[in-house]
Write a protein that binds this ligand. Structure first.
Ligand SMILES: Cc1cc2nc3c(=O)[nH]c(=O)nc-3n(C[C@H](O)[C@H](O)[C@H](O)COP(=O)(O)OP(=O)(O)OC[C@H]3O[C@@H](n4cnc5c(N)ncnc54)[C@H](O)[C@@H]3O)c2cc1C
Length: 427
């Protein structure tokens, strides 16, 4: 079977929830826009607290980043803990770090509570140093997390080789809080839990406008309208429609993955044998993980949907040969791409543009845990009030300047880097 454009997670999750489009009028306590991890976590936690809820999705559950990502259940954020506190201050930064450090536990608790079959593994993640500078960065991250009591450990020498399955990595930061899953199955499981608690889910119902209606809101779709006291906008990087100011608060970037056929035999068994998901310290990083059937999944920043399949195959061959030459020639089967909401400071943004209206964006490629946390926090905030329910304060909406130019420059930089990798100029 040759390489084709197809999201592996969709193929591995045949039992995805089905739902009708909204027709006519509906009244609920809270209307959630977007059936990704954020929206569904919000809906689930609102339902648990007795609210009536509907979720409006423009396409189908998991259409956005939630159904397409690498499936790393990360602890913390991209930027190192000290930098988070430097940017946000000790109190706000410290609270955010504590919340995000505990975020994988929330994801795994939801999986257990609702019996979500998503091939979850709880053995941690490995951040892999590709050179001496990367190793120094990981050493520093390790110390910063250990100072905060996190169960992280820098693996070196034989322990590192054994855990990663490659001789090309000198050190790897093992974060035992984290793990991996099939993100489409997790998202679908959240949707089923929402339906199970009496939530209404509507597919193919893009929101086309949002209007104030007394103290509440009227959320209008192509085929119907929802009256709600409160609204959660959870459309994030996939926000559709000119009506939403949210899309001006991030700049979009892309991430692609390439998955092999299931790999068998001894050489394959030695790659990430502990089941951790991994990524390297390159500025244009490569992610590496196995799935439950032994496939090798490689990924990197950039729009794979705009690249020819031969280029993606050549890139995947190059990364695999660099890290895992013991595999010989690997057959690549699926490739897919998703969109990420980036912010210039690499931090997410929470908004409350009007009473009873909450929105979020800018997970910067870390949404499995962040979306689960923010969804729960939004629910707690709407049900109980009090800013302490939120992982960080809301802020005014602020347009990201020259967003188109930023996206274009990033994409050009990623493409050049990958071409350099294929030509062995960089690796
Ligand atoms: C390829 C890739 C790899 C990634 N890897 C990881 C990873 O390994 N770990 C990690 O933690 N994070 C990762 N991320 C980030 C993570 O996937 C996202 O941050 C997260 O899924 C965002 O979830 P969400 O629910 O906020 O938004 P989304 O999942 O994007 O959901 C938004 C939904 O809103 C819907 N929508 C948009 N506009 C409207 C409208 N007008 N009306 C109704 N519905 C609308 C969309 O159709 C979409 O379904 C990755 C992202 C990508 C793209």
């Amino acid at each position: 079977m040759s390489l084709r454009q197809e999201c592996l997670w969709e193929r591995l999750t045949p039992q995805r929830p089905s739902a009708e489009a909204l027709r006519g009028e509906l009244k609920v306590d809270v209307c959630v826009v977007g059936a990704g991890i954020t929206g569904l976590s919000a809906a689930l936690h609102l339902l648990e607290q007795g609210k009536t809820v509907c979720v409006l999705e423009a396409h189908e559950t998991g259409h956005g980043g939630s159904g397409r990502n690498v499936g790393l259940v990360n602890a913390g954020m991209w930027i190192a803990p000290d930098e988070v506190e430097r940017k946000l201050g000790a109190a706000v930064g410290g609270k955010l770090l504590a919340t995000m450090g505990a975020a994988p536990a929330l994801v795994f608790a939801l999986i257990d509570k609702y019996g979500i079959d998503c091939q979850a593994r709880r053995e941690g993640t490995l951040h892999m140093a590709h050179n001496a500078r990367g190793q120094a960065d990981l050493q520093s991250r390790c110390e910063q997390w250990q100072r905060r009591g996190a169960p992280v450990e820098l693996l070196t020498g034989a322990a590192c080789q054994q855990a990663t399955g490659t001789r090309r990595i000198a050190a790897a930061l093992l974060d035992r809080r984290a793990g991996t899953l099939n993100p489409m199955a997790y998202t679908s499981g959240l949707a089923r839990a929402v339906i199970g608690l009496g939530g209404r889910l509507f597919h193919h119902s893009p929101v086309t406008s949002l209007e104030r209606q007394g103290q509440g809101w009227c959320v209008i779709t192509q085929g119907g309208a929802v009256s709600a006291e409160q609204v959660v906008l959870a459309s994030n990087a996939y926000t559709e429609g000119e009506w939403s100011e949210l899309r001006r608060n991030f700049f979009p970037g892309f991430y692609y993955q390439v998955a092999s056929a299931p790999l068998q035999g001894e050489p394959a068994a030695g790659i990430l044998p502990g089941g951790q998901g991994a990524w390297d310290t390159r500025q244009v990083l490569s992610s590496i993980r196995r799935d439950a059937e032994g496939r090798l999944l490689l990924g990197s920043l950039g729009n794979g949907a705009a690249k020819p399949l031969w280029f993606l195959r050549a890139w995947a061959d190059r990364i695999q040969q660099h890290y895992f030459p013991q595999l010989g020639r690997v057959q690549w089967q699926s490739t897919w791409t998703g969109c990420i909401a980036f912010t210039p400071d690499h931090l997410m943004r929470l908004f409350e543009p009007a009473p009873g209206l909450l929105a979020v964006t800018g997970y910067n490629g870390r949404g499995v845990t962040t979306g689960s946390v923010v969804g729960k926090a939004f629910a707690d905030y709407l049900c109980q009030g009090g800013a302490q329910a939120l992982p960080m304060p809301v802020q005014p909406m602020r347009k990201v300047s020259v967003a188109g130019l930023r996206s274009g420059l990033y994409e050009a930089g990623f493409s050049l880097y990958h071409a350099g990798q294929c030509l062995r100029v960089v690796i």
